[in-house]
Unconditional design. Structure first.
Length: 303
């Protein structure tokens, strides 16, 4: 009777599987999916969960896929999602058709006119994209970026508002060294014609996973905002990228400062000063420890 009460329904299994897939660390969803498929031992439930979870995961993690002809890459985001597994690449004026579960681009087609921004908006977008590429190439090894029009894409000239969004994604996966991580930043840029102002809002996120002899994950988020006057497309592009550069560099500096204080602050808050072993924790030596091996040796616990 107890066993029957503990039996999960197919819907519950699917929701649990989705949760694990959606919460997979950066770059590790395929590993999680492989284990889940084995544990579930039910291909139908697994496929239903995967079909729902992978598109959400891919877009939230801003994953980048290579086009079939290897001439360019396309980012998967909510800003260039055209539906039916199609994603616009404004830089090449193409639309990529993707397989979310396999995380590959299977086909590409030319973008239709109605899927692209007007020439007026495109001038601002292309200038910004060109300047952004220089910054990302300089700041992020293996970084990718894109600029999308998210509002007012049919604007034909001055006198109306429109909005662009800048997406930057940089991934550093090294599973052989038990470490994966990513940087993601999204910058919403609103062109306000009545005030002649550019309003800029940024969302920055750093994710890392270290799993050698342990399981430590980092998730750091930061929001910021700024503004400047609307200029000609080239001038706008330089100003916007300089603002992005300033805020991202400032945030990275603040992260480094926070982590340098970990041994004296955060680590001490993570466990009791007198553990159950009744042995005082050697706080003066926290910098020298690996995740578990050295701590166990120092405290005389474990194997």
């Amino acid at each position: 009777m107890a066993d029957e009460q503990c039996e999960l329904s197919e819907k519950q299994k699917k929701e649990i599987a989705k949760w694990f897939l959606l919460n997979s660390p950066a770059g590790e969803i395929q590993y999680v999916a492989k284990d889940l498929r084995s544990i579930l031992d039910d291909d139908r439930v697994y496929k239903e969960a995967a079909l729902e979870a992978f598109p959400l995961y891919n877009k939230s993690h801003l994953i980048c896929l290579e086009l079939p002809d290897r001439t360019s890459d396309v980012l998967l985001t909510s800003y260039n999602d055209l539906g039916e597994n199609q994603f616009l690449d404004p830089r090449t004026a193409q639309v990529a058709i993707v397989d979310h579960v396999k995380q590959v681009c299977t086909e590409v087609r030319p973008a239709a006119d109605e899927e692209l921004a007007s020439p007026f908006v495109e001038e601002y977008s292309c200038a910004l994209d060109s300047e952004l590429l220089k910054y990302v190439d300089e700041a992020y090894p293996k970084g990718v970026c894109a600029v999308y029009c998210v509002s007012g894409k049919d604007v034909e000239g001055p006198g109306s508002d429109f909005g662009l969004v800048v997406v930057i994604s940089a991934v550093r996966n090294s599973p052989q060294n038990f470490c994966n991580g990513s940087w993601r930043s999204i910058w919403n840029i609103e062109f306000k014609d009545d005030t002649q102002l550019l309003e800029i809002r940024g969302k920055l996120q750093v994710v890392a996973h270290y799993f050698e002899e342990g399981n430590v994950q980092l998730l750091a988020k930061h929001d910021c905002r700024d503004s400047t006057l609307i200029q000609a497309p080239d001038g706008n592009a330089i100003t916007i990228v300089n603002i992005i550069r300033h805020h991202e560099a400032e945030y990275m500096t603040s992260l480094e400062a926070s982590y340098s204080k970990l041994p004296d602050s955060t680590f001490k808050d993570l466990r009791r000063k007198l553990p159950v072993t009744r042995t005082l924790f050697p706080w003066h030596n926290t910098l020298q420890f690996s995740l578990t091996r050295d701590i166990q040796k120092e405290l005389g616990i474990g194997k």
